[in-house]
Structure formats: structure tokens, C-alpha cells
Design a protein around this ligand. Structure first.
Ligand code: 5GP
Length: 210
């Protein structure tokens, strides 16, 4: 009936383990495509251009905004982050289930444009685990960690806007739960946008000639 993929937005506090969760999902199943975001933040050790992010200057990023190349974008702790539109559209059209790992302002923009998108908020088992993970990751200075923890208090206000909450207490189980949630949503007809469009056109026939 419709082979278009599901667009899934995965958000969650910095340090909750979204990246690890998504990478495991991608390794285990081949029906997913991860959108690589553009960002103006500096590269962290171990990150790769075009794989972790497309790293760019503020000027390059603002050009992409002006050329309407981004599906959404937001500022997060002093840096721009955005989703290149073309890849997402092509992958969805080819039937892949596309994952966006983005924060809440971007999630709201996408949900407005594509109400059929599935939104998942990944939670830590406790606030303390979050802090320990951020410190243990050793990728940010203590000032940036403080900023990110502060940001969590703002993001926590928007959790109810998400379709599902996933508590990341056990990585392997969380990967399975994430896959189950996304695959189950293929059966939700309100996400089946091509089907909705077709039925809408078909029922229009009833009003023709009036
Ligand atoms: P990080 O600097 O830790 O890689 O990412 C910081 C935050 O930006 C995370 O919450 C991440 O989900 C979010 N983020 C990454 N890419 C995008 C994007 O393309 N758009 C938006 N709105 N947020 C993003």
C-alpha cells in the first residue's frame, strides 16, 4: 500500500546515550538510515566529518538556512545544529526508516511540517546517572557540562510533547524497544501519509460536480 519509511525523531538530554543506542540499532537492522546533521560546533576527538556531523562555519551554516537546504535547525548551547533536507526526503521515499537525533526545538519544527513523524524521548534512569555519564564521557569541559545539565532542566519541560518515552537503563534492551516502537508505528494508519493523501483524493470525487 505504501512503502514510504517512518521518520523518527530521537531526543533526550545530553549524555543520555542516544548516540550509542542509535548506532547499535543501525548495526543490528538494515532498514534504518541516520540523518547526519550540520553543525557549527567543533569536532570532538573520535568524530568524523560527514559521519558524526557535517562540521562548518557559521557563514556556511547560514547559507544553508537561506537556501532552504535544512528541514529544521536550532541553536543549542551557542552552536547551530540542523538537518539537511534532501537526504531525509530521499531516504523516506526509498522506504528507509529515517532517524533524526535532534533536540526539542528542531523536533517541534519537524512535527509541524510532518505530523506523521514519530517522536521518542530517551530518559536516563535518574538525573544522577546523567551527570555521571556526562562527566565520565570526558569530552566536554566542566563549564560546558554545567550548561548542558542546565539545558536538561529546560528540555524536561517539553517531554510530554513526545509520542513515547524510552528509559535507557539497559542498552541492549533499549535497542530492542526502540526497534519495536518504530516497527509498530508502521501499522498506525495516521502515519501512512501516502494512504491518507490517496483516500483524501478518492473521497473528493464524491463532492465533484456539486
Ligand atoms: P552534541 O553537541 O552533543 O553532538 O549535540 C547537542 C544536541 O544537539 C543534542 O541534543 C543533539 O540531539 C542535538 N542535535 C544534533 N543534531 C541536530 C540537528 O540537526 N538539529 C537539531 N535541532 N538538534 C540537533
Amino acid at each position: 500500500m505504501n512503502n514510504r519509511g517512518i521518520l523518527t525523531i530521537v531526543s533526550g538530554f545530553s549524555g543520555v546515550g542516544k548516540g550509542t543506542l542509535i548506532n547499535k540499532l543501525l548495526m543490528k537492522y538494515d532498514n534504518y538510515a541516520l540523518s547526519v546533521s550540520a553543525t557549527t560546533r567543533g569536532m570532538r576527538p573520535g568524530e568524523q566529518e560527514g559521519k558524526s556531523y557535517f562540521f562548518m562555519s557559521v557563514e556556511e551554516f547560514e547559507n544553508k538556512i537561506n537556501n532552504n537546504e535544512l528541514l529544521e535547525y536550532a541553536k543549542y548551547v551557542d552552536n547551530y545544529y540542523g538537518t539537511p533536507r534532501k537526504y531525509v526526503e530521499e531516504m523516506l521515499e526509498s522506504g528507509k526508516d529515517v532517524l533524526l537525533e535532534i533536540e526539542i526545538q528542531g523536533a517541534r519544527q519537524v512535527k509541524k511540517l510532518m505530523p506523521e513523524a514519530l517522536t521518542i524521548f530517551v530518559m536516563p534512569p535518574s538525573a544522577e546517572t546523567l551527570k555521571q555519564r556526562l562527566i565520565g564521557r570526558n569530552t566536554e569541559s566542566s563549564d560546558v557540562i554545567d550548561e548542558r545539565l542546565k539545558r536538561a532542566t529546560v528540555e524536561a519541560q517539553g517531554i510530554e510533547e513526545y509520542d513515547c518515552i524510552l528509559v535507557n537503563d539497559d542498552l541492549d534492551k533499549s535497542v530492542e524497544k526502540l526497534n519495536d516502537i518504530i516497527q509498530a508505528s508502521h501499522n498506525q494508519s495516521f502515519r501512512n501519509i501516502n494512504f491518507i493523501k490517496k483516500i483524501r483524493e478518492d473521497v473528493n470525487v464524491f463532492s465533484e460536480g456539486e
